[in-house]
Design a binder for this molecule. Sequence first.
Ligand SMILES: [Zn+2]
Length: 201
Amino acid sequence: MPETPSDLDVSTEEWRPIPGFEGYYEASRIGRVRSLSRVVTRTNHSSMALKGRILKPHIRKNNGYYVVGLSRNGKPRNYYVHRLVLMAFRGLPEPGQEGCHENDIRTDNRLENLRWDTHLENVHDAIKRDRLVSIGYYNRDKTECDRGHPFDEENTLIRPEGRGCKKCRRLMERERYHAAKAKQGIPSRAYKPLLVDTEVA
Ligand SMILES: [Zn+2]
């Protein structure tokens, strides 16, 4: 969200109810969240008018995303602003989808910068854009795996958590296959653990 949206942004700002918070909170196309004016009844049956306002988001320290506190039935909880904007304008995510920022700026919660997508797509985007540091890109600085196989285009496995070695995976699968057969007493090609060569006797 821009820290101070332009007058034009504000005058044309479109608000929509946040699913699950209808009548209480709305999110806007430029990434703001507001509470709606309403009358609440307290436990002693007196009523109190609450004036709607634009909520001030806070940056969550461990990941840099904006969060706002929303309460329903008096229990405030923090919610990611980008998810609220997506829910209001695009509906709820499919299982496994997460809120992604097109330009990778986690505080830019304009709708046009957001989409629901799978974690894997989000990570592939990260790889494409060479912005790997922030997501803990495993093995990113290595040119070869621990067993000396090259991390070249052909041999590199892209996984959500980072890079893996295709050769090592094949070896490991083979080893598991033959180990399982040997365990069942099924005649198999001479089973020889293939990964022991990395162990130092
Ligand atoms: Zn390897």
